[in-house]
Design a protein around this ligand. Structure first.
Ligand code: PLP
Ligand code: COI
Length: 353
């Protein structure tokens, strides 16, 4: 892919102090157009700027859009690393298929990510726990109010130097098991990374926040009985020594961190079960002292210990609301691989020149 690079002549000041998540953006962005009959074209890196779209652009009306999330890490050895970007490229095309967005060559996705990260590598923060969050996304741009797949799109990548996703950092979060609203159903878009899924989640998130919980844990959309995933992460439990997580059933996001955690746990000799988990099973395990740990996994959230799970009138406190040994070891291992502190025997990391 030929990428035309235009650098800014007015670089911005880099942020100082504690970084939050997703609030500051770098000096450049990647953009590429899609036109029916022509394919993806005009790959370019430009100074970061607002985009101008016609008010009739289809993305505004019917939500035909997708996004991804990954990070670049600045290692102590000065090397910049990405974590499994080819998995994000693959998931992009799974999402695109569901949303009738044209396929994007996976090698072009990875090349575009590497190119923009390389141009803005001075923006990768170096403090412990920080990274450069990478947000690729595609929007439908046809000027048309009919409901149909667009014939033109923009693929854009923006970058945001970021710290912990949750204010609390590695301190356990409280999670609200939602028993009224649902996020997705099989046959819907749950497995796809598209804005509509997140729009559907906001009302429950607001309710959970108002009650002092950080995020929502969704139940299946049919029986409202089985655990699915959290607003921005997949969920794992350690029950009676085994690692258990909901299986990929079409309505949850196939998380890249989830897949990595499963591989790492298996390499340590844990039995890992991907299966249906009912809330009743969790309540029972909790009563019998067998619910040993609970944690979420995600690019933004990394490994996020869960200390409290609320379901209707029950509040389960897990591991005394402290980070458990497995959660801590997984956090240390996943971030150790990302920051190049641990030798990558899994083949997860990709270096950026
Ligand atoms: N589930 C949802 C709904 C998410 O938004 C995310 C974040 O990307 C995840 C799970 C975790 O996926 P990944 O590990 O690929 O970041
Ligand atoms: C990510 O972890 O990359 C995500 O996309 C979560 C996001 C909704 C903040």
């Amino acid at each position: 892919m030929d990428i035309k690079i235009t650098k800014t002549t007015t670089p911005k000041a880099k942020p100082t102090g504690k970084l939050g998540f997703g609030k500051v953006f770098t000096d450049h962005m990647f953009i590429m157009n899609y036109t029916e009959g022509k394919g993806w074209h005009d790959a370019r890196i430009e100074p970061y700027h607002p985009i101008s779209l016609d008010p009739s652009a289809m993305v505004f009306h019917y939500g035909q859009e997708m996004f991804e999330g990954l990070k670049a890490y600045s290692g102590a050895d000065g090397t910049v690393r990405l974590f499994r970007p080819e998995m994000n490229a693959k998931r992009t095309n799974e999402t695109n298929k569901r949303l009738c967005i044209p396929q994007l060559p996976e090698e072009d996705f990875v090349e575009a990510v590497k190119a923009i990260v390389s141009v803005d590598k001075d923006w990768i923060p170096k403090e412990d726990g920080t990274s450069l969050y990478i947000r690729p996304f595609i929007i439908a741009t046809d000027e048309f109010l009919g409901v149909a797949p667009s014939k033109t799109y923009l693929f854009i990548i923006i970058l945001s130097p970021s710290g912990a996703y949750y204010e609390s950092g590695l301190a356990p979060v409280g999670i609200w098991i939602e028993d009224d609203y649902v996020r997705a159903v099989k046959g819907g878009m749950g497995f796809a990374k598209t804005g509509g899924n997140y729009a559907a989640s906001l009302i429950a998130q607001v309710k959970a926040h108002d009650d002092g919980y950080s995020q929502v844990l969704w139940l299946d959309g049919v029986e409202r009985k089985y655990i699915e995933e959290v607003g921005a992460m997949n969920i794992f439990f350690k029950i009676d020594g085994k690692v258990v997580t909901p299986m990929l059933n079409g309505s949850i996001l196939p998380g890249i961190t989830r897949n990595s955690v499963i591989q790492v746990c298996k390499s340590w000799g844990y039995e890992v079960e991907e299966r249906k988990i009912s809330v009743d099973e969790l309540l029972d395990a909790q009563k019998n002292g067998k619910l040993e740990e609970c944690f979420g996994t995600g690019t933004a959230a990394v490994i996020s210990p869960v200390g409290k799970l609320r379901y209707k009138d029950d509040v389960m406190t897990i591991n005394n609301n402290e980070i458990g040994p497995l959660s801590q070891k997984l956090y240390d291992t996943i971030t150790g691989l990302q920051w190049g502190k641990i030798e990558d025997t899994f083949g997860f990391v990709v270096k950026v020149d």
